[in-house]
Design a protein around this ligand. Structure first.
Ligand code: NAP
Length: 469
């Protein structure tokens, strides 16, 4: 039996954040075990790359079907381990299943040869897999994040080794088992319970040909630098501080419902959650009044209970960090309009919180708040809203609310992000490429673009011509 100190030092432990109870802990792989897994993955690639799309699709579509059939089982593990409300957890499992099915169906079309038209002869671009890809993934969408890399990259003929976040080991293991059950060959999808040091060595390993990370800016800087040193291709899906822009002609009832959902879905722990609420003067007071009332009405409770309207944060540490961030924002001049404290009950619950009066010299003006904390800004007009939205180190997503859709599109085009949503914040569609610019990273996941990230695009030209003299 490990001591409390030893438990704290263990990276992979499953703790129920709604109760604080330790569910299970897992040892990290030894270096020898890690080497065996990398070797198996590399061997698997040698046969998997030669499979036809139809052969690959049998495995990937089967994995999709199993996820769908066992949605509740998968969802319960997630809710227990990171506190996502059970209905949201089921939705995430179904969405993950649909991503796998989408790539099983469309990969061949996305990667079909593309004919080119040179002046002489004929040419085409063809796509081929590049090898073992290393995924590093976060806890906030424990299956969706994995499906986002597994669906496209396995269908492209690559194989995957994945380091999941320390607080969701049971989800990581469940997703690996899924592939075994789906009939995948040994090494096609491998979960790695490894330390950050081991992760660095995986990036260095010559058998690894690409690195896909979703996580914080700090993790992105570290892993992208390492991949760069090794001249390996990488994709970085990092944090965000998305603007939720409310123009003077917005439908307030509709807008406030999206504001609450956009802020509180997954207890605010979503990269592209609405984080900065930028509202034009005319609607600011009315919006704030309704938004505050709706947030205040949420009831913290057991995330396993379908009636609960607000779950815990993923870990106690996440709560401690967020409270510290809110306190620091207030110490530097921000005003607390709502919440700001932990909820007086067992588990890692935080009150829905609204901060106002955040000046540019307050760190809160630029930082990402990863939880149920809304930053509110009142602006003069549309131009001021766009200027403020763009005054950010991040560039992931954003939304604009207006009854005039053409106006919404014009505003969307002027906001510097990878994604914009008009009168909604609904990013969940396998067909829609997901990703950002600036400190939110580079590369895209999902859609056609998502499968193009880790393939060799090879030019092949045929021409009956003599060599120049
Ligand atoms: P995080 O600390 O960066 O962790 C994400 C993953 O990276 C975990 O597996 C973590 O492992 C690993 N990691 C962190 N530092 C590492 C290092 N130096 N070497 C190797 N692995 C490392 O992120 P988080 O705070 O848990 O997750 C939330 C962040 O992810 C937010 O900023 C959010 O916006 C972002 N996110 C972005 C997207 C997107 O698509 N753009 C989607 C979801 C989340 P350990 O757990 O073992 O540290």
């Amino acid at each position: 039996m490990a001591t409390l100190k030893e438990y704290k030092a263990m990276t992979y432990q499953s703790l129920n954040p709604a109760t604080g109870k330790l569910l299970k802990k897992f040892d990290e792989l030894t270096d020898k075990q890690l080497e065996e897994k990398l070797a198996t993955a590399a061997t698997c690639f040698e046969t998997w790359k030669h499979k036809t799309y139809a052969e690959r699709a049998i495995v990937v579509a089967k994995a999709a079907a199993i996820m769908h059939a066992k949605a509740d089982e998968f969802a319960q593990i997630m809710t227990l381990e990171m506190g996502k409300r059970i209905n949201e957890a089921r939705g995430e499992v179904e969405f993950s299943s649909s991503i796998l099915a989408y790539y099983a169906k469309n990969a061949e079309r996305f990667l079909a040869p593309v004919k080119l038209n040179p002046k002489v002869g004929e040419a085409h671009m063809e796509s081929s897999p590049i090898g073992v890809i290393f995924g590093v993934e976060p806890w906030n969408f424990p299956y969706y994040q994995l499906a986002r890399v597994a669906g496209p990259h396995l269908m492209a003929g690559n194989v995957l080794v994945v380091k999941h976040a320390g607080c969701v080991p049971q989800c990581a293991i469940a997703f690996e088992k899924l592939w075994i059950e789906a009939g995948a060959p040994a090494g096609l999808y491998t979960n790695l319970l490894i330390s950050h040091d081991q992760s660095d060595r995986v990036v260095d390993d010559p058998r690894i040909k690409g690195v896909a990370l979703t996580g914080s800016v700090a993790a992105g800087r570290s892993i992208a630098a390492r991949a760069g040193q090794n001249l390996k291709i990488s994709s970085m899906e990092l944090g965000g501080s998305d603007a939720f822009i409310v123009l003077d002609d917005a439908d307030l009832e509709h807008t406030v419902k999206w504001a609450v959902w956009g802020k509180m879905y997954n207890t605010g722990q979503t990269c592209c959650a609405a984080k900065r609420f930028i509202v034009v003067e005319e609607l600011a007071d009315k919006f704030l009044e309704k938004f505050k009332a709706a947030l205040a009405a949420l009831k913290p409770g057991d995330p396993m209970d379908e009636k609960t309207t607000m779950g815990p944060l993923s870990t106690e540490q996440a709560l401690i960090d967020l409270l510290k961030q809110v306190n620091s924002a207030v110490a530097k001049g921000a005003k607390l309009l709502l919440g700001g404290k932990r909820v007086d009950r067992p588990g890692s619950f935080m009150e829905p919180t609204i901060l106002t009066d955040i000046k540019p010299d307050n760190p809160a003006f630029r930082d990402e708040f990863f939880g149920p904390v809304a930053l509110f800004f009142r602006v003069k007009d549309e131009d001021a809203a766009i200027a403020l939205a763009n005054d950010s180190d991040f560039g992931l997503g954003g939304s604009v609310f207006t009854k005039d859709v053409a106006r919404g599109k014009r505003v969307a085009s002027r906001v510097d992000t990878g994604m914009m949503f008009i009168n909604n914040i609904s990013w969940s569609d396998a067909e829609l490429p997901f990703g950002g610019i600036k400190n939110s990273g580079y590369g895209r996941e999902l859609g056609d673009m998502g499968i193009q990230e880790f393939v060799n695009k090879k030019l092949v030209r045929t021409a009956s011509m003599e060599a120049p003299v």
